[in-house]
Design a protein around this ligand. Structure first.
Ligand code: MOS
Length: 781
């Protein structure tokens, strides 16, 4: 066995992806790649109406078509029970339970056939007779019902109405468009039954939720359902819920007694796996003439499906964003006849930060302060509601270092004052932030007699890199060379892990892996405690260093023994320990900081002394706007990121670049469009435009900050952080370039050229002007 490899100190280094080779070789198996003997194919028939009822479905011709094994509709589907809610909210309703059509593209029938071609051909023979009614497609529709949910309670501190009537105020309406996740890999489910045991390969971010939902749907013991997804592909939030097609694939396999593959079409991806619902947001900011904030009021209205519940944290970040005594927020959802929304990277916080950070930019221009100076002046040095100090907060460093790297000092404050050739040049910036989130997580770790380690947990890797990062972390905690460590995920038979979502997985899984590995080392220490044959006899965790596949007494390098030696002498093939993460702010017996192979006890800050901070970002953007064509190019981005302790700067940087790319898409390009009957018109990548390489040019990421004090690893989520504030930074740069304030995303060419309203129709169109003048001209708002 090799003993020369450095086994400690991998965490924090830019290790290449451990699964990179498999991926580029095409050897990584995604759900769509799963082939099984006797595999048959299910295809879905989407509703062509937006709202109404199914009067009749003629299936005879389809049933008689070549290769067809089953045609399944609401008429012959048994009752299916809705899956249990997870920590991120309720599941969608199960499919085919009634004749009601609640949105365009709703699955109304499924054909299962020997080949996909036969299934598609038969699906075309299905004739659905609808009884349409008038869909609800506007927030102003008197039939549109408002939903309030416990997870978005109204927030209030201080006296907002009087404080908003300050010396200077900005009162504006901002809108964001419907956006749709477009992972290149189409979502796929392969289901196979063996008696009452169900195995499902599924494009999901949350195997245990799929297991629990399918168990509920079919009345099974969850232990009899296994969900596998070693590789997911992109998902961005689309795989966080257990969508109807997943249940339908399992139903198709049950009915036909064959393994079934169901792959959504690209068009179905727009209607079947959620989307970022559109928002209208009213932002009022009051400030003194020198730019000290006195009040923020943030009211959002967003759409939700006719029969669904969805957490959407649009105003969630606003109360803690700035040191401001008077703040109120309200988030309302309005039921519309739209495909069931879901989540898309930084759901809510991406949209909310667009409004807040655009309004802050408007305020900066109104009080003639540099946008950075305005933010620094109003920085929340402590949590503005509780007065508690932050567990970590390097936002001021983000502003400072980001500005320096970007060359912000070259900016001339006046809009439309910078040019390069024929292009208008604009510099814009914004603050980004994402709340802290660490759901519970378990893991299991094994060291085998051959000196290898196998650590696993039922998590997923949609690209951020848990395979890599957890391998490094386990190698460091166990002192086993990284090439002898394997990390496993994507299997509901492994210990329960949460979704990879909410930027919470590195913290959740990282702490589970960390705690489990510490417990495993402790188990080895216990094993040799009274072992006369061991040079380690009587050692304690605090005395040892793990390295080179074994344990050494720190002060006596001669007293070293490999895990293999210990297991061999005790006649064991392996030692296996299960463990789980401690919640942030709690100390457990496995709470340790592992440093250079040593175990240093970690004690959480005493209860109630710290506000648990999430990640922070400062984005700096240079845009070039063509005054004739209205095209906006994001020429440069510098994002300074406080992500706490960065476990792998290479994979973390990729996360930030990805967030920036999606932020560019959100700001300039992406818009899911439906016509006035509620049918989607953007159902392919030709019509729904996302940022491609040519749109993502010079991107520079710098990490600043310290490990967060609330947890032993000190990590903060970065997966979604970069998209927060990104659209505002671009909009602010466009204003600086052109003098045109665009408050409605996406910032299309038409809006830049003034051919389409740059402000939402519902806007008060009250520009940021001193309140004395504003009140006289417009009255109180
Ligand atoms: Mo993300 S929307 O939490 O996958």
């Amino acid at each position: 066995m090799s003993t020369t490899t450095t086994t400690v100190g991998l965490v924090g280094t830019p290790l290449d992806r451990v699964d990179g080779r498999l991926k580029v070789m095409g050897a990584a198996t995604y759900p769509i790649d799963v082939t099984l003997p006797g595999l048959v194919y299910a295809v879905l028939v989407p509703s062509t109406i937006t709202s109404g009822r199914i009067r009749h479905i003629a299936v005879d011709a389809a049933e008689r078509a070549p290769g067809v094994l089953a045609v399944i509709t609401h008429v012959n589907t048994p009752p299916l029970v809705r899956g249990p809610a997870t920590e991120i909210g309720p599941q969608p309703l199960p499919p085919f339970q009634s004749d009601a059509v609640l949105h365009y593209g709703q699955h109304v029938a499924m054909v299962v056939a020997e080949t996909r071609e036969e299934a598609n051909a038969a699906a075309a023979l299905i004739d659905v007779t609808y009884q349409p009614d008038t869909p609800v497609l506007s927030f102003d529709d008197p039939r549109a019902s408002r939903v309030s949910h416990p997870w978005t309670p109204d927030y209030k501190r201080g006296d907002v109405p009087s404080a908003v009537a300050a010396d200077v105020r900005v009162t504006q309406t901002y809108t964001t468009a419907d956006n749709t996740n477009n992972p290149i890999g189409l979502f796929a489910t392969v289901a196979v039954w063996d008696g009452d045991a169900l195995t499902v390969h599924d494009t999901t971010q949350y195997p245990h939720a799929v297991r629990d939902s399918l168990a509920a749907a079919f009345g099974l013991d969850p232990a009899g359902v296994r969900v596998l997804v070693p590789f997911v592909g992109g998902a961005f939030g689309a795989g966080l819920r257990v969508w109807p097609h997943v249940v339908l694939a399992a139903l198709a396999a049950r009915v036909t007694k064959r393994p079934v593959q169901l792959v959504l079409t690209r068009a179905q991806m727009f209607t079947s796996v959620g989307h970022r619902p559109n928002t209208i947001q009213q932002l009022s900011i009051g400030a003194s003439r020198d730019g000290q904030l006195t009040a923020i009021e943030h009211v959002s209205t967003s759409s939700i499906g006719m029969s669904d519940e969805l957490i959407n944290l649009i105003t969630h970040g606003t109360p803690s964003a700035y040191a401001c005594p008077n703040v109120s927020t309200r988030a309302t959802q309005i039921r519309q006849s739209i495909p069931t929304p879901g989540w898309m990277r930084a759901p809510g916080e991406a949209e909310g930060s667009f409004a807040l950070e655009s309004a802050m930019d408007e305020l900066a221009h109104a009080v003639e302060l540099d946008p950075i100076d305005l933010r620094v002046k109003n920085h929340a040095h402590v949590h503005p509601a509780t007065g508690l100090s932050w567990s970590s907060n390097a936002l001021l460093d983000c502003y400072r270092q980001g500005a320096e790297r970007f060359g912000w000092s070259a900016r001339t404050p006046k809009p439309r004052s910078m040019r390069k050739g024929g292009q208008l040049v604009g510099f814009g910036m914004a603050r980004g932030a994402l709340g802290a989130y660490q759901p519970p997580c378990k893991a299991i770790a094994t060291i085998r007699r051959d000196g290898t380690a196998f650590v696993r947990s039922g998590a997923t890797d949609i690209g951020p890199g848990p395979y890599t990062v957890m391998t490094m972390l386990a190698a460091d905690c166990l002192g086993v060379p990284v090439e002898r460590v394997r990390f496993g995920l994507g299997d509901s038979a492994m210990p329960r892990a949460p979704q990879e979502g909410g930027s919470g997985l590195t913290g959740a899984l990282g702490h589970a892996v960390h705690a489990t590995c510490v417990s495993l080392v402790r188990a080895f220490v216990d094993l040799v405690s009274d072992d006369e044959g061991s040079p380690l006899k009587g050692c304690r965790l605090e005395d040892i260093t793990v390295r080179n596949g074994g344990i050494q007494i720190t002060d006596d390098p001669a007293r070293f023994e490999t895990y293999t030696d210990i297991l061999t002498r005790h006649g064991r093939d392996d030692l296996t320990i299960e463990g789980e993460s401690a919640p942030p702010g709690e100390t457990s017996s496995a709470s340790m900081i592992v440093q250079a192979g040593r175990f240093i006890p970690y004690t959480a800050p005493s209860t109630g002394t710290r506000a648990h901070a999430g990640g922070y970002a400062a984005h700096f953007v240079e845009v070039h706007v063509d005054p004739d064509f209205g095209t906006v190019r994001v020429a440069r981005v510098v994002s300074a990121i406080d992500g706490g302790r960065i476990l792998n700067p290479k994979t973390a940087r990729s996360q930030i670049i990805g967030g920036i790319a999606m932020g560019i898409g959100m700001a300039l390009l992406e818009e899911t469009v439906s016509d006035r009957t509620g049918r989607l018109v953007t159902t392919s990548l030709a019509e729904y435009v996302i940022a491609v390489n040519a749109d993502v040019r010079d991107v520079d990421v710098l990490f600043v900050g310290e490990p967060d004090s609330m947890t032993p690893l000190g990590t903060k989520g970065v997966g979604e952080l970069a998209i927060t504030g990104m659209a505002a930074a671009i909009a602010n740069a466009v204003y600086h370039a052109t003098g045109t304030r665009i408050r409605s995303l996406p910032i299309s060419i038409e809006k830049v050229l003034g051919h389409e309203s740059a402000s939402p129709r519902t806007s008060s169109s009250l520009d940021a002007i001193p309140a004395t003048t504003a009140s006289a001209r417009h009255g109180a708002v």
